[in-house]
Design a protein around this ligand. Structure first.
Ligand code: ZN
Length: 181
């Protein structure tokens, strides 16, 4: 390609091009929403909580956000997913979230999986598997259990490495604090 052809157009050509950018479809993807869930997990980490975050999305809008608050609120049920579902229910003034998707940085536990079913969530997207408490497939299979009526689409492994890194940083720090007394 002869580059002198481009330079012949001069700055005026570049100006016109920048005024008329090609139409680009906004990148609304699972990874984009997971980025927000990871930001919330980071807030949990900064607050000394287990770094897990969750967002509820409906029609490309975030209607609920949550991060773990068990310690700060003295609440064993204050998992990121539960906090996000409560906010979504309040935002939509509806306890059924049938057209909603929930993004969580880690595989939900039995309590959160149960809440997702009660909420009739349409789709669950999560990051890392939780081999100690995961209730989608790792320890229990509560989501899409054959004897339960509700079915939801599941996608796992979205930005899983970053979710694991946050959790590893948290548990490494905690071990360090215990060691130092
Ligand atoms: Zn949970």
């Amino acid at each position: 390609m002869d580059l002198s052809v481009l330079s012949d157009h001069g700055p005026e050509h570049l100006k016109i091009r920048s005024m008329n950018p090609p139409p680009v479809e906004a990148p609304f993807s699972d990874e984009l929403w997971m980025e927000e869930a990871l930001r919330l997990a980071q807030r949990a980490l900064e607050a000394g909580e287990v770094p897990i975050g969750a967002v509820v999305v409906r029609n490309r809008d975030i209607v609920g956000r949550g991060w773990n608050r068990n310690i700060s609120e003295g609440d064993p049920s204050a998992h990121a997913e539960i906090v996000a579902l409560r906010e979504a229910g309040a935002t939509l003034a509806n306890h059924r979230l049938e057209d909603c998707e929930l993004f969580a940085t880690i595989e939900p536990c039995a309590m959160c999986a149960g809440a997702l079913i009660h909420a009739r969530v349409k789709r669950l997207i999560y990051g890392a598997d939780d081999p100690k408490a995961g209730a989608v497939r790792s320890v229990l299979q509560i989501i899409n259990h054959p004897q339960l009526n509700h079915r939801m689409e599941v996608r796992s492994g979205v930005l899983a490495g970053r979710s694991s890194e946050l959790l590893q940083a948290f548990f490494r720090n905690r071990r360090e604090r215990v060691r130092l007394g």
